[in-house]
Design a protein around this ligand. Structure first.
Ligand code: ZN
Length: 151
């Protein structure tokens, strides 16, 4: 990773953790999922408003470390207007990038701004923080449960 990219990565993460986007309760949500990462103490509630199979609106609330907040904030920004299929596709790619590193991606550019999260793969202890919101998303879209724990 170039130092230039590392600086950008830190800048975006810090910005999104201090000023998380879509950080609010969504009263009109059609799916609500609570997620916790006991290892770090991160906890969040993800709100998704589906219109058919399209994510009309998405937001979250909660408390956690900078990585968990920034990752979920970036996720909500990236997913508005996407279909559930596109969202799951993004989940798969982000999950792959976080667990195996950016080199594992067939099309790294497809992740856009989310690529700033690739640095997290160098810190295994933070991978659960970065993937918490994403697991909540998957659960929300699959409606498989109301609670998610990364443990
Ligand atoms: Zn954390």
């Amino acid at each position: 990773m170039s130092s230039e990219f590392r600086d950008l990565y830190q800048e975006v993460i810090i910005d999104h953790s201090k000023h998380p986007r879509n950080f609010r309760v969504l009263d009109s949500a059609t799916r609500t999922v609570e997620a916790i990462n006991p290892l770090c103490g991160d906890q969040l509630t993800l709100y998704v408003k589906l219109d058919g199979n399209r994510i009309e609106d998405i937001s979250f609330e909660g408390a956690g470390c900078a990585i968990s907040k920034a990752s979920t904030s970036l996720m909500t920004d990236a997913l508005k207007g996407k279909t559930d299929e596109e969202a799951i596709d993004l989940f798969d790619n982000v999950h792959l990038m976080l667990t195996e590193g950016p080199g594992a991606l067939a099309e790294p550019r497809a992740l856009g701004k989310l690529a700033v999260l690739s640095g997290v793969s160098e810190f295994p202890a933070r991978v659960k923080c970065a993937s918490l919101g994403w697991h909540a998303l998957k659960s929300a879209l699959e409606a498989s449960g109301e609670r998610v724990s990364t443990e």
